[in-house]
Design a protein around this ligand. Structure first.
Ligand code: C2E
Ligand code: CA
Ligand code: CA
Ligand code: CA
Length: 279
């Protein structure tokens, strides 16, 4: 009826305006957030599947908003993309990654890696290489301990630019991983041309493994191919012992996911880590 249609229109409108207002609020509050250091990293463990040993962490950003509590990156990163604040936040993340490595070392944990997500706008920043070189010079830690995660989307956006920047960062010693592998466009074709150390198989394939034998085949053949190219494979979103076991059988190198550990805020992690390492 006409009434029902009218109601639906009203509801839709309210939903829209709430979303738009949240978007505007986030956009508005980001500048303060950067100044007042409201961002934090949660660190998620990565383990070597064969030995079960900790090899490093992925740094996942959180925004502790003074009014709204924790806001997750899927909500604010897309809003920040293509703005100056994304570059600023990216710089913060790299500095923090070096600080994390220094802290881990002070705890007696050396040789671990920290993986940091790089957004497309960071990769287009003309000052990126200088910034990375500066941070490296300031730090006691080696560049090879920092892994830069790029999505396929970022890589293929401008492949010749990507290659140039990647090679310069590789020369400084940083390593690279391709994030969310399998969800992008051209997957295999360009892979062998990239100076990439690690491929991270997207968690949608990992979660599909038990129910769906096609996903299992995809995971298995991706691991075999990536290893043949001399790269390491990280499985992300490992949620069960069964998945971990299957991945081990497939000779996957590294696992990350809730089954191993949830992402933990730095302070929380530093508290729990000593007892976990002893296990
Ligand atoms: P991502 O890089 O693919 O990160 C993995 C996401 O999967 C994280 O979500 C993580 O908390 C979640 N996750 C980990 N293990 C499991 C699991 O076993 N099961 C399930 N269901 N999920 C799991 P999070 O922390 O919400 O981050 C979302 C996305 O935000 C990231 O996806 C990444 O694209 C982006 N992001 C996070 N931190 C940063 C950052 O510092 N900079 C940039 N540019 N992007 C970031
Ligand atoms: Ca990632
Ligand atoms: Ca991912
Ligand atoms: Ca993702």
């Amino acid at each position: 009826s006409k009434d029902a249609g009218g109601d639906r229109f009203t509801l839709f409108n309210e939903g829209m305006s709430t979303r738009v207002m949240r978007h505007i609020e986030i956009e508005h509050d980001i500048r303060d957030a950067l100044q007042q250091e409201q961002f934090k990293f949660a660190l998620q463990a990565q383990i070597d599947i064969d030995s079960g040993k900790l090899v490093g962490f992925e740094a996942l950003i959180r925004w502790l908003h003074p009014k709204n509590g924790y806001i997750m990156p899927d909500e604010f990163i897309p809003i920040m993309e293509n703005s100056e604040s994304m570059i600023t936040l990216g710089y913060w993340g790299i500095k923090r990654a070096f600080a994390i490595l220094a802290h881990l070392e002070s705890m007696g944990l050396s040789g671990l890696r920290v993986a940091v997500n790089l957004s497309a706008s960071q990769f287009l920043d003309p000052n990126l290489i200088n910034f990375m070189r500066e941070q490296l010079a300031k730090s006691e830690q080696g560049a090879e301990q920092i892994e830069l995660e790029l999505t396929e989307r970022t890589v293929v956006a401008d492949i010749s630019h990507t290659l140039r920047i990647m090679h310069q960062l590789k020369e400084l010693g940083f390593s690279f991983s391709i994030d969310d592998f399998g969800t992008g466009y051209s997957s295999l074709a360009y892979l062998s041309q990239l100076p990439v150390d690690v491929i991270k198989i997207d968690r949608s394939f990992i979660s599909g493994m038990s129910a769906n034998s096609a996903d299992k085949q995809i995971v298995k053949s991706t691991i075999a191919m990536v290893r043949k190219l001399g790269m390491k494979v990280v499985a992300e979103g490992v949620e069960t012992a069964e998945q971990l076991h299957t991945l081990g059988d497939m000779h996957c190198d590294i696992a990350q996911g809730y089954h191993i550990s949830k992402p933990l805020l730095e302070d929380d992690l530093y508290q729990k880590l000593p007892s976990k390492i002893k296990e």
